[in-house]
Design a protein around this ligand. Structure first.
Ligand code: SOE
Length: 403
């Protein structure tokens, strides 16, 4: 069982790419922004390439660097394992860490399959009996404006929720020459835009409304089906179709875009769009919730703001107002700056670490739990099954031109 060492919480992180960097920034700042009962110690970072992980340790502020995550998990001077790797290793690392009595923070989506996610839920439930805490890294829940959105909806300010409208738009692979990185390979990532960014809007909309998706109708599309292999052989050469003198290419085995409608258990209906081909949109996450008494809208590109339409106000005063979510009474904000001094993307990760450390100290279960993340995984699986079947698809007869 993990024991904190005299008020220290010793972290071991696996992975050092984008999420590793974002989590490292959060581990570095959490005790400086928040008054916590435990002091985080960035004990070790782990990655496969010895030189690269040593450089990452130096750049990101870790005390030591390792190349074998199994050794990291076995260390008795580690209390928490933070999993920042591609999805195909989430389950293996998490199961080993829980079995070793470590608290676990696992990046989203929880796993590449429902089966893996279910095994992680079972292991987390068993470890919970020994006081071990686990959390899945849906960080956007911890943007103050998103947390405020949930508070306003829970307080009934919108009344009965009728519509949920969510889109997460990126464009980083529009160029067909962009290489076949791990996010574009099903065996590494599980799915494409759906699991990477669609998972965020599934979790976020369920979080802010308190409702859960009960069914979907979906379509997915892969616009570019062959891409150049990454410069370093990624073991895909066997699958590559290498013509004479042509650059070796490999097949894209995931969705570039996923669109689906959904029904939720509180009676709301919803539309979701997750795509990496929204040319010009870089990281555009937008959610709007329409209720009987009003609406709320959040835009990640304006993450310190929340748009609120209060239909209970006198007619002449009605209109979308812009709430600047920087007041001390807003979630998390009091730890930072005076009103009007805005926060950024990285603060959501610091807030995530704050809640995780506090939960470990209090002996409570942080959210989203692995059970919450398994439900997201089930939605992703349902989307892919729906998209793979023609059952709900109704074709439109072509107009036969006489010309
Ligand atoms: C995809 O590029 C990505 O990095 C996601 O994996 C993250 O979860 C999201 O926060 C930003 O975009």
């Amino acid at each position: 069982m993990s024991t904190t060492d005299g008020g220290e919480l010793r972290i071991g992180m696996v992975g050092y790419a984008f999420m590793g960097a974002a989590h490292s920034q959060a581990w570095r700042t959490v005790n400086r922004a928040f008054d916590l009962p435990l002091r985080v110690r960035m004990t070790a970072i782990c990655g496969r390439d010895e030189a690269n992980v040593a450089a990452a340790a130096d750049r990101l502020g870790w005390e030591s660097a390792m190349t074998d995550w199994r050794e990291l998990v076995a260390r008795d001077d580690i209390d928490v394992i933070d999993v920042c790797t591609p999805g195909d290793s989430h389950a293996e690392i998490t199961l080993a860490a829980l079995a070793a009595g470590k608290h676990v923070l696992c990046e989203k989506p929880l796993a590449n399959t429902v089966e893996e996610a279910s095994a992680m839920v079972t292991a987390a439930a068993f470890a919970r009996g020994s006081g071990i805490r686990s959390l899945c890294g849906f960080n956007y829940r911890r943007v103050p404006a998103v947390a405020l959105m949930r508070e306003l909806i829970a307080a009934g300010r919108l009344g009965t929720i009728r519509h949920i409208r969510a889109a997460y738009l990126q464009d980083w692979i529009v160029d067909p020459q962009f290489p076949l990185v791990w996010r574009l390979q099903k065996d590494r990532a599980g799915s494409g835009a759906l699991g990477d960014i669609g998972a965020h809007i599934v979790d976020l909309t369920q979080y802010v409304t308190g409702q859960r998706i009960t069914g979907v109708s979906a379509l997915t599309e892969t616009f570019v089906r062959e891409r150049p292999l990454p410069s370093v052989s990624s073991g895909l050469a066997a699958a590559a179709s290498e013509a004479d003198g042509e650059l070796a290419t490999g097949r894209v085995t995931v969705d570039d875009a996923a669109l689906f409608t959904a029904r939720l258990d509180g009676g709301a209906v919803a539309t979701y769009e997750a795509t990496r081909f929204a040319t010009g949109r870089k990281n555009a996450l937008r959610v709007e919730v329409n209720g009987a008494h009003g609406s709320l809208a959040f835009d990640l590109e304006r993450l310190n703001e929340l748009e609120f339409y209060d239909a209970t106000r006198p007619g002449p005063e009605q209109g979308f107002t812009r709430i600047l979510v920087t007041e001390p009474e807003h979630p998390y904000v009091a730890a930072w700056w005076p009103p009007g001094h805005i926060l950024g993307y990285e603060h959501s990760f610091t807030h995530q670490m704050r809640d995780f450390v506090q939960a470990i100290a209090d002996g409570t279960d942080p959210a989203p739990s692995f059970e919450d993340a398994l439900q997201v995984q089930r939605v992703l699986d349902a989307v892919l099954r729906s998209a793979g079947s023609d059952s709900a698809w109704t074709g439109v007869d072509p107009v036969l031109t006489t010309a």
